[in-house]
Write a protein that binds this ligand. Structure first.
Ligand SMILES: *Cc1c(COP(=O)(O)O)cnc(C)c1O
Length: 229
């Protein structure tokens, strides 16, 4: 039987190989374990195998796990990676460390207002829609810089980078080209003075192309925890 520890090791090996293939330092890519739909025991197994950053898509489910793993709270970084509605911002601001899916100012403002004073700023990424996928959330690339300029002014959040989920492509090169749209926007925004240091790109099926395009954080679920049925 392949354990979660084995699969985590396989994913780390893939990341290392992808870095080597494009001459990057393996330490420049963080692994976010996407644990949506998987139970507390699976997260504990991953944590015991050295994984410390977890991503959840659904707010209620994520908060339930944060509470179930309260004994490990200081050892785990919790990332909210799913679409976020206004009525869920308070519970996210109170429980999570990161949000990757900011696509409008209103949500960032609410998170900043609702972030408890005793907690460090909530770390944010803007989600960008780089391929115009119709059912996709995210700002368009031309909208991203203006949104970033407003988000960096908010007191209790810290803008860290961009997140994108491009459509699956036919080949490695085409997939990489889609990710590179996010990388190009990221570089453009940095050149415009935005203090970004995170590119959240790549999942189980396409992490190699994402690393080749400059990803600094891959969000991997299936390859660590198995299929979600
Ligand atoms: C589910 C999910 C992932 C992980 O996808 P896998 O294909 O299981 O690795 C990554 N990012 C987001 C935003 C997701 O919703």
């Amino acid at each position: 039987m392949t354990t979660i520890a084995d699969k985590l090791q396989q994913v780390r090996t893939r990341i290392d190989a992808a870095c080597k293939a494009c001459g990057r330092d393996a330490a420049s890519v963080r692994l976010l374990a996407v644990s949506k739909t998987f139970p507390e025991a699976a997260l504990r197994a991953a944590h015991a195998a050295g994984q410390s950053a977890f991503g959840e898509n659904y707010v209620q489910e994520g908060v339930a796990k944060i509470q179930a793993l309260a004994d490990l709270r200081s050892a785990i970084e919790w990332h909210c990676i799913g679409p976020l509605q206004s009525n869920k911002t308070r519970v996210v601001a109170e429980h999570f460390d990161w949000v990757h899916s900011i696509d409008r100012l209103k949500i960032a403002q609410r998170l900043s207002e609702q972030r408890p004073a005793q907690l460090p700023p909530l770390q944010l990424c803007l989600q960008v829609n780089v391929d115009g996928g119709a059912n996709k959330s995210g700002v368009t690339p031309p909208e991203a810089l203006a949104l970033a300029r407003q988000v960096v002014e908010l007191p209790k959040v810290r803008l860290r980078g961009l997140m994108a989920i491009p459509e699956p492509a036919e080949s490695f090169e085409e997939q990489r080209a889609l990710f590179l749209r996010a990388t190009a926007l990221y570089e453009e925004m940095r050149a415009a003075g935005m203090p970004l240091d995170v590119l959240s790109l790549g999942m189980s099926a396409d992490l190699e192309a994402a690393v080749a395009a400059g990803s600094t954080m891959v969000r991997v679920g299936t390859a660590i925890f198995g299929g979600r049925g």
